[in-house]
Design a protein around this ligand. Structure first.
Ligand SMILES: [Zn+2]
Length: 463
């Protein structure tokens, strides 16, 4: 799998002639891109989206570019378009259509239910030209000089005579550009010899891309297991850390961490806004997206995004910390999806919770590729209802002024309800590691006295 990072550089106001060439190039490119975005539906967008990028490119060229062998293509493109500009535009158009179709599919699956707006067919207003590696040279950018603040990139642009030729453009790397670049290079990121030209507010920018090839990790005998219970309504996340000793077949409880802190403030703010939306909804009968509720709803969505990113970052921090000592697996509960339970009253809450949990998991999974730990899932199988000490069914209860607790009548165990869920999830994951099945099986015995009611660091779980 390839990961990408982008660094942005501003093109320093080059002289008028040079700027005109940039304008000309990006204008032509945008016309070609528009042309292909119109042609793709005519030639069948599902058909094209099912092809590899390479075959889509030749299919579209066959149908638009007159050649000796095919002098009359179905939808001939206007003349005067350089091959590489055309190809770059085709690749971009195909990529846009592919991502449009997958967004559409996702919207039908769950976005509709989550009241997200339906994606529309790509109709770009801002254009960015991604250069082929043969049309850009970044060598100068990599030669770091102490006294010079400018570097040059060589780009092919269209000149007055309509030729496509290399021209030097000065760019100004921002203050910490080289620091960041060398830091990333030390981590194995490589600068790709390609660049994207972006026009924004009459200024031009270059985006350069760093790439890193990573493998999805799968550890047979992980050293540390981090079990995460995402309880986005209460604590956000409860994280249990376990150290596995494969020689003695022992899983030692290493520690527990609640992710809440400052992030809880954002949750409060969001819940307040949600309350406002509900109040207005009750008065006007409008859905959350309509009228002045739309504004509040957008705020709620942004807060949710922010919360999800921050929670994911905290989980990533724990994983990175443990990864210094050994192979780490972060385990989540597999989400059941949105289908199933219907019912209007709690729908909004349920949807938001689902979306939050999904976003947190996706983000941590993405970070895991970069940071070299594994992410895995277990099916929740009564993880919150079973007693983690004896396996009997127990109950949740919330004494005044205290967090939700879990109590077991069979053995008398009382513990924080999220901690109980994390314990059960850990057993389910151990069962999976040992037996392959993902459902929790009572194969794991807890090696401490059931009478002990408080959580201690020395808790040992025998497997
Ligand atoms: Zn019990």
């Amino acid at each position: 799998m390839k990961l990408h990072k982008t660094l942005l550089l501003k093109v320093q106001s080059p002289n008028v002639g040079k700027k005109e060439r940039l304008e000309k190039t990006i204008k032509l490119y945008s016309e070609v891109l528009k042309f292909y975005l119109e042609v793709i539906p005519k030639l069948g967008m599902y058909h094209i989206a099912s092809m590899s990028n390479k075959s889509a490119l030749s299919f579209l060229e066959l149908n638009t570019v007159p050649t000796k062998a095919h002098p009359n293509p179905k939808y001939p493109i206007f003349s005067g378009v350089q091959t590489n500009i055309r190809r770059s535009a085709i690749n971009k158009a195909v990529g846009m259509v592919k991502s449009y179709l997958s967004n559409l599919l996702r919207w039908h699956r769950e976005g509709k239910e989550l009241e997200h707006s339906k994606p529309s067919y790509p109709n770009p207003k801002n254009f960015s030209l991604t250069y082929y590696s043969t049309d850009v040279e970044l060598k100068d950018l990599l030669l770091r000089r102490e006294n010079e603040s400018l570097a040059f990139v060589r780009l092919k642009v269209i000149n007055d005579r309509g030729n496509y030729e290399f021209v030097n453009y000065p760019v100004k790397p921002y203050k910490r550009f080289y620091e960041k670049l060398s830091g990333l290079q030390a981590e194995g990121w490589k600068l790709k010899n390609t660049a994207t030209l972006i026009k924004k507010d009459k200024e031009f920018y270059m985006a350069v891309v760093l790439e890193k090839v990573v493998k999805r990790k799968r550890f047979r005998n992980p050293g540390y297991v981090i079990n995460v219970d995402l309880n986005v309504q209460r604590n956000l996340a409860c994280v249990g850390i376990y150290e596995l000793d494969w020689e003695d077949k022992v899983s030692k409880f290493y520690g527990i961490k609640f992710i809440s802190g400052k992030i809880i403030k954002l949750v409060r703010k969001r819940d307040y806004l949600l309350g406002e939306i509900r109040r207005k909804q009750a008065l006007t009968g409008r859905s959350p997206q309509e009228g002045d509720n739309g504004k509040l709803w957008r705020k709620v969505k942004n807060l949710n995004k922010d919360i999800a990113l921050k929670v994911a970052k905290e989980i990533d921090k724990v994983a990175l910390d443990m990864a210094k000592k050994g192979d780490v697996v972060v385990v989540f509960e597999k989400l059941k999806g949105l289908r199933g339970k219907r019912g209007k009253s709690r729908k909004l809450n349920r949807n938001i919770n689902y979306w939050m949990r999904k976003s947190i998991q996706d983000r941590v999974e993405y970070l895991s590729f970069e940071h070299g730990y594994e992410v895995n899932f277990v099916y929740p199988h009564y993880t919150s209802r079973r007693c983690s000490m004896c396996g009997s069914k127990g109950e949740r209860f919330s004494p005044k002024g205290s967090k939700a607790l879990f109590g077991c009548k069979a053995c008398g165990y009382v513990v924080n309800a999220d901690v109980n869920a994390v314990f059960n999830q850990h057993f389910a994951y151990l069962s999976y590691l040992l037996h392959g099945g993902r459902k929790a099986r009572p194969v794991v015995r807890v090696g401490i006295s059931p009478k002990r009611r408080s959580l201690q660091r020395s808790t040992v779980v025998r497997v």
